[in-house]
Every structure is written in C-alpha cells, then in structure tokens.
Ligand binder design. Structure first.
Ligand code: NDP
Length: 274
C-alpha cells in the first residue's frame, strides 16, 4: 500500500521490460515497509530529454538509467559526479532537495562489492569487452589497485578508446588471441554481452588461465553462464553478475528512500524466482 506521500523512483530504459530492477527495489520497499514505489519507465531515445527534465516536476526522488541511455543522459543533468565523469556514463539520478538532477555511476561500486571478497591477487586482470560496462569495470579495478589490466575486445577501436582514457596500466590484446591473453591472470571479467540472450556458449579456451584465477561474468541473465560453468569445472573461483546488479542498486535506494538496504540470499532467491 502506498499513500499520497509515497516516495517515487524508477528505471528509465528502452526497452525496459527485461529489467530486474523493479523486482529488486520492490522487494526492499516491502521488506523495509517503505511508503514508496519503483516503476519501469520505457522511454524512447528521442523522448529522453523531456522525461529527464520532468522528473523533479513530477516529484520523483530520482531514477536508474539503463541501456541505451547511460551515456546520452550525461549532458542532460545539472551535476555529474567524479565517478560518472570518469566512466562517461550515469546509471543513477538523484533529485536534490532544490530540484537539481545529480548523476552518478554506481556500477563501479556494485562491481567492487561483488568481486572484492573473492580476490586473492591484484597483479593482472583481463576484461573481455570495451563497452560502457567494461569502462566501469576498468575504473573499478584501477581503484582497487590492480597493477595491470588487459582489454580484449572484438572491435579494436573500442579497446583503443579505453587505453586512451585510462592510461598506462591498461593495455589491449586482439580478440583473435584471447585465449593466450589469459596467461598469468588473477581476475578474468566478462563485460561483453555474450550470454545475455539464451545463455549462448562462450567461445573461449580457458586452458592458459591459472586455476587460482577468479572468473566473474557480469552478465546476470542466468545464475551461472556458460563461461562460469566452464571455469567452475576446471576449479576456478567463480562470481556471478547478480551481486553486481544488487550492490549497484544500494546507493540509489538509500538516496531515494532513506534506508541502506542489505544484499541477502533472500533477495537473490526472490530475484531468481518467477
Ligand atoms: P555495450 O553494448 O556497450 O557493449 C557490449 C560489448 O560486448 C562490446 O564490447 C561488444 O564488442 C561485445 N560483444 C557483444 N557481442 C559480442 C560477440 N558476439 N562477440 C564478441 N564480443 C561481443 O554493453 P554494456 O557494456 O552496457 O553491457 C555489457 C553487458 O554487461 C550486458 O550484458 C549487460 O547486461 C551487462 N551489465 C551487467 C551489469 C550488472 O550489474 N551485473 C551492469 C551493467 C552491464 P564490440 O565492441 O566489438 O561490439
């Protein structure tokens, strides 16, 4: 039940029907007994500017932003914090008490919270992919103190853009030689969208990857993607992307509804249920 004073937020995307964020936030709203709502907001790219401007006018506390708006939303905001500026993308908007739109990026926080407890060494990380999510992962790993980060992406120009942005600790290897790039790796992260639809098989030979390496797939469509299954079978520690999704939601929920929510097994079971 919500009242006329309910605190409102939502997720802006196109399409947005696939998003697990409403299910997650609604779980927390119920769990903590908050007078609030979190709704899916399907917004076409050509309508984004109107919708963003209208958020404070309609009394929204803020919103999450997902594909394909994370980058195009940046110039529409009044304030963009340092983390979002570095990543070049906003996934969380907070409406300030004076009605300003403040953008931040909590994907880096979510990634780190999810992976940090499993890390054993921080010498070399390999990131597969060079899109928006890979940029957030790269920023998070630099902050986490990794000595060396190797980007492996199908389109070399996109990998080159990351190198330029993040500096000398970051290098690139061609997609064609991705199996070899796994030598002496402490952490392997899949930040491509392979596995997103129908958990398609990942064409990646893991034989050069040390068995002590941690393997994280940020794709959360399946609880264990084919890459994670393959890594687990050879003894690697595996970390699914569900935790990143859950942890990245914490700062937004706290800002909008005034309670810092906990990421629990009960939440995970709820999100994986039909
Ligand atoms: P982008 O569209 O920006 O990037 C997609 C990346 O995947 C590119 O590097 C692209 O390579 C690569 N790619 C796609 N298909 C293939 C393929 N068949 N073979 C090789 N490479 C491929 O997406 P995002 O960076 O925003 O998101 C990537 C994934 O991360 C998504 O699945 C998303 O759901 C997930 N994600 C998970 C989060 C979480 O909380 N767990 C948070 C954010 C994202 P190329 O450059 O060559 O096209």
């Amino acid at each position: 039940m919500i009242s006329g004073k309910a605190k409102i937020a939502g997720v802006i995307g196109w399409p947005v029907a696939h998003s697990l964020s409403p299910k997650m936030h609604q779980f927390w709203l119920n769990y903590y007994g908050v007078d609030g709502a979190y709704i899916p907001l399907p917004v076409k790219p050509e309508d984004l500017a109107h919708v963003i401007k209208a958020l404070p006018m309609m009394g929204f506390r803020g919103a999450n932003v997902t594909v394909p708006h994370k980058e195009t939303v940046v110039p529409l905001l009044d304030i963009v914090d340092a983390e979002a500026t570095k990543v070049g993308a906003v996934n969380t908007i907070i409406v300030t008490p004076d009605g300003k739109l403040k953008g931040t990026n909590t994907d880096t926080y979510g990634f780190t919270k999810n992976v940090r407890p499993h890390l054993k060494a921080k010498n070399k990380a390999v990131i597969l992919g060079a899109g928006g999510a890979a940029r957030a992962v790269c920023q998070a790993l630099l902050k986490e103190g990794f000595a060396r980060i190797v980007i492996v992406n199908r389109t070399p120009e996109r990998a080159a853009a990351l190198l330029k942005q993040f500096g000398e600790k970051v290098s690139a290897e061609p997609w064609e030689t991705r199996a070899r790039a796994l030598e002496a790796t402490d952490l392997l992260v899949n930040a491509t969208s392979i596995g997103l639809v129908g958990n398609q098989a990942f064409d990646l030979d893991l034989s050069a990857l040390p068995t002590q390496a941690v393997v994280n797939d940020i794709v959360y469509a399946a609880s264990f993607t084919s890459l994670l299954e393959k890594a687990r079978a050879r003894g690697n520690t595996i970390v699914s992307g569900m935790g990143m999704l859950q942890h990245q939601a914490v700062p937004g929920f706290e800002a909008w509804y005034g309670i810092k929510p906990q990421v629990t097994d009960e939440l995970t079971r709820h999100m994986l249920s039909d």
